[in-house]
Design a protein around this ligand. Structure first.
Ligand SMILES: [Zn+2]
Ligand SMILES: [Zn+2]
Length: 332
């Protein structure tokens, strides 16, 4: 196996070009799409966002299926813990539950708006490709969309690790030292928006009916919650194809050499192909980000302050790294 991914290294070496193609261009498309869509559609989107948020929140967290899922995860955490010293109802679990409200709000206010605008734009300006996949059998379209979205998720993840300004936002997700199923929602709003922009090219393909898209996202959320739980589960040789909790835990390792691996969402096949797959027989991997504000062990009354610092610090760090990039001397 190659020790390093050439694609990963290329992205790290060209953060400016990557940012223009994957952030600035999609952002320009959003602006054009917003003008084309018109203000009344945008206003009605925001009016619907609150209802959609409430419905989704109720479906994901206040449902019999979530209670059963939560109970199964707690049993697995008891039977096969990655960190046996971690409490089942840890401080991190409650903290990340708080982040779930923030990230779902951002999702329904802005991520879904971006998705709507991209779809409008691509349907208006890229008709041949839309027509091509639109006539395929449903099952084939679902498979193609699944593979395309998964690859886009993988690529976006690599970009958010290797472009320094974006890493500061994504670091919040990695900063959890007590991983739990809610860590999936421990996302900075800017990380979520960067993810949407960098994945926007797949919206050309995403033409599945909205009910299916909802089930798709819901299943993905459950799987990702399972991946972040405090469980040590490996699929053996299949880890190279499908991401297991052990594989994703390595991605959250505090050691930077380990966390620049295993970027897969569902499929680790992309990591296997591009040379970023890593496995380990070591069960207890310490997770987190050195120097990031940590809620664990702090007094309860300081929690709101730590929560705000976790949101504010990446903004300051990202601004600093953009400024440093513009003032850096060219390499000779
Ligand atoms: Zn990551
Ligand atoms: Zn993760």
């Amino acid at each position: 196996m190659r020790n390093r991914s050439t694609l990963q290294d290329w992205i790290a070496a060209h953060p400016g070009a990557v940012s223009i193609v994957t952030l600035a261009v999609p952002f320009a498309i959003l602006v054009i799409a917003a003008v084309e869509t018109g203000p009344s559609a945008l206003v009605s989107h925001f009016a619907m966002a609150a209802t959609n948020f409430r419905d989704y929140f109720a479906t994901v967290f206040i449902s019999a299926s979530f209670i059963v899922f939560f109970a199964v995860i707690l049993i697995l955490e008891r039977l096969r813990p990655a960190d046996p010293d971690q409490a089942l109802l840890s401080r991190g679990l409650f903290f990340d539950a708080g982040f779930s409200v923030v990230s779902l709000l951002v999702h329904f206010l802005f991520v879904s708006l971006f998705a709507l605008l991209f779809l409008n734009f691509f349907q208006r300006h890229v008709p041949p490709l839309s027509n091509l996949i639109g006539h395929w059998p449903n099952w084939l379209r679902v498979i193609v969309v699944f593979v395309a979205v998964d690859f886009a998720g993988w690529l976006s993840h690599v970009i958010r690790h290797k472009v320094p300004a974006l890493w500061h936002f994504h670091a919040l997700h990695h900063s959890q030292g007590a991983m739990n199923l809610m860590t999936e929602f421990r996302l900075h709003p800017c990380d979520l928006l960067a993810r949407t922009l960098t994945m926007s090219f797949v919206f050309v393909l995403v033409l599945v009916p909205i009910e299916q898209a909802f089930v798709f996202v819901l299943l993905q959320k459950y799987y990702l919650m399972f991946l972040h739980a405090n469980v040590d589960i490996s699929y053996g040789p299949l880890d190279r194809v499908l991401v297991s909790p052990r594989v994703h835990r390595l991605h959250h390792a505090i050691d930077p050499d380990l966390h620049d691996r295993n970027y897969g969402v569902y499929l680790s096949l992309w990591d296997t192909i591009f040379g970023t797959f890593l496995t380990s027989s070591e069960r207890t991997i310490r997770t987190g980000v050195e120097g990031f504000p940590d809620e664990r062990g702090a007094a309860w009354y300081r929690m709101p302050l730590i929560f705000l610092r976790q949101l504010a610090l990446p903004v300051a760090q990202a601004v600093q790294s953009v400024r440093a990039a513009f003032t850096a001397q060219p390499r000779t």
